[in-house]
Design a protein around this ligand. Structure first.
Ligand code: AMP
Length: 210
């Protein structure tokens, strides 16, 4: 069983890299942002509580995050392990996580802020089937339409320049100290996230000795 945390600012490719790694090694990809988006889309009580915070690009409260993560990991459907993405995002979340779970390594995707802006502002999502697109690297065959289900593509409500600035600020302020905390206890592997997705994936596997 393998247990990894993947960290990096939005747009660094955490989701893409986690999915590639999980499908190769039968691990479960746990994206905390996706868990919250599910709650918002399904109009749950928690969804109503976090919607505005998420749309502003701000961080959801630690108690709500811990509850969602604990509930997800308690399902124990991760026989071959998991890659957790988008968590922990601050020192308190990291402490909770390290108290409750052992992990094998932290994967840190490194990317300059300017490249993040370029990538994130060209990101599009299919609200129907969840497929991700990018107008620079991964365009849909027909402009504005999902290749899989034909639904109209949308911009994530938190992929605006203002929300992105808020997230970059939070990342640098709060998430970097998390890396320092982890580095005292767990192996942290740094990977350059600027090359194409397959090259980044190869670097991750090499760094993890897979
Ligand atoms: P993401 O898909 O990882 O960009 O997450 C989308 C949004 O969900 C974030 O902007 C936050 O509002 C919320 N969120 C996801 N993970 C966390 C976390 N670990 N702590 C606080 N808020 C989170």
């Amino acid at each position: 069983m393998r247990k990894y945390v993947i960290m990096g600012v939005q747009g660094s490719g955490k989701g893409t890299q986690s999915k590639l790694l999980c499908s190769a090694y039968s691990m479960v990809h746990i994206s905390v942002g996706d868990l919250f988006r599910w709650h918002v889309q399904n109009h749950t009580k928690l969804g109503a509580q976090v919607k505005r915070t998420m749309n502003a690009g701000e961080l959801v409260g630690d108690d709500q995050v811990e509850a969602v993560v604990r509930q997800r990991l308690d399902q124990h459907d991760w026989n071959y392990g998991f890659v957790i993405d988008g968590f922990p995002r601050n020192a308190r979340q990291a402490e909770f996580f390290m108290e409750s779970y052992d992990i094998d390594a932290v994967i840190h995707l490194e990317i300059p802020d300017d490249e993040v802006r370029r990538r994130v502002l060209s990101r599009r999502l299919c609200p129907n089937c969840g497929m991700d697109y990018n107008l620079i690297a991964d365009r849909p065959s027909e402009a504005g339409k999902c290749d899989i289900c034909g639904h109209e593509l949308v911009t994530r409500p938190d992929d605006t320049p203002e929300a992105l600035d808020a997230r970059l600020h939070d990342y640098h302020e709060q998430t970097r100290p998390v890396l320092e905390l982890f580095a005292r206890k767990e192996p942290v592997v740094k990977v350059d996230a600027q090359p194409d997705a397959d090259s980044v994936q190869a670097s991750i596997r090499k760094a993890l000795g897979l």
